[in-house]
Write a protein that binds this ligand. Structure first.
Ligand SMILES: [Ca+2]
Ligand SMILES: [Ca+2]
Length: 103
């Protein structure tokens, strides 16, 4: 191990730098359902729909159908194009309120 990390520049990857970091735009740690507190992404966060477009997979390649809170994933992000793509991270932003309507 040489202390460096190999970063893929594959399609869809978002790579910042020390001089131009990428702000994930996460909300403060809070109880948003589930057993643990989470950082829910802000509505303008680049993590929303930033996950693998072929599916939400863990490191072993198993499909992830729930986020850390136990909420179904993926959901269609703010583009509302009816294409549901996973958000990057442990939380899937769901814009549909429990009453079935969007905000
Ligand atoms: Ca999503
Ligand atoms: Ca979408």
């Amino acid at each position: 191990m040489n202390g460096f990390v190999t970063v893929s520049t594959g399609a869809g990857n978002q790579i910042g730098s020390p001089s131009l970091p990428i702000d994930a735009m996460l909300m403060p740690l809070a109880d948003s359902g589930g057993l643990t507190s989470v950082h829910v992404p802000n509505i303008s966060s680049p993590v929303i729909d930033g996950g693998n477009p072929t599916g939400c997979l863990d490191a072993a390649g198993t499909e992830l159908i729930l986020d850390q809170r136990g909420v179904n994933r993926p959901y269609d992000g703010p583009d509302l194009d009816s294409i549901a793509t996973c958000d990057i991270g442990a939380v899937e932003l769901n814009l549909i309120f429990s009453n079935g309507f969007e905000p």
